[in-house]
Design a protein around this ligand. Sequence first.
Ligand code: UDP
Length: 335
Amino acid sequence: MILLTGGTGFISSHTAVALAEAGLPCVLLDNLANSPESTLQGLARITGQAPLFVQGDVRDAALLDSLFARYPIQAVLHGASLKAVGEGLAQPALYHDNNVSGTVTLIRAMERAGVRRLVFSSSSTVYGNPTLQCLPESAPLVPLNPEARSKVMVEQILHDVAASHPDWRVLSLRCFNPVGAHPSGALGEAPRGQTLNLLTVMAQATAGQRPPLSIFGNDYPTPDGTGVRDYIHVMDLARGHLLALQQLLQAAAPPDARHRVLNLGRGQGISVLQLLQAFEQHTGYRVPHQWAPRREGDAACWVADVSAARQHLGWQAELGLAEMCRDAWRWQGRA
Ligand code: UDP
């Protein structure tokens, strides 16, 4: 059985679908701070059975001990983290408590339970504002804000932990920009606050559910002046997380590979304007938009070198902009 922390969050909930399809049972843990309980109904619709869910916080050591005692957990996917750049700048202590202390609490509970297989859902934010066009995992880590720094700290802690005991096996997956939704339209990004990714904002603005999209910055050093990202369909990420968990459940790792870091992206840079054009092309709707100043803490360009994930996981993205836009739009129009 797999423990999914942040179980009702965007990446973990879609990974729960991939696990169910692979016949791997899982238990979802989430404090519902940034995702709704209705995610569980969406999961039930897709998989045909109610997911095993525990409402609680990853910083609650006693709760974690009870979960490890109650369920035959073999590995953990750790996706419980706060991820809004602006909120992290305003509340750094909250971010470090949730993201860093939460991970340490989880690791200590895993050690008490003798469970030493962990996939950490990390993020491309660790690279800061890179000068390289295509980022290998060895690129310098220059986090620009507390959220990104918390991800770097967690990766470093995991590195120390993995080196401390021969049974540890850890994969940190640096997810680039997750977008899209489950193709059924029953599951998608559903944060409680305003912390949304670009494609979700675009879909909501197009549906008239929010004001026009503000495009943050037109003077970045990119071909059209808008920010460039490596957008990846959340179902591709879910498959990547599944493969990572399956790999960890296999044989022990050599000492130099107990903690491996892998980028999960498509290796293709897409600007805000290019995504807007793709959205209009694949949905047939115009996106209302306006120009706005740069957003504090934003990088100009992140594009992944994806060769290591292909080599070590046998994974590569399969879904393109058409699926990302159509699935995001289907999810947005569900009401
Ligand atoms: N962006 C934008 N308007 C929005 C949200 C995002 O112009 O309402 C831009 C943002 O500046 C960045 C890109 O879209 O260049 C992706 O932003 P997102 O917040 O989705 O991801 P992140 O910046 O964390 O990579």
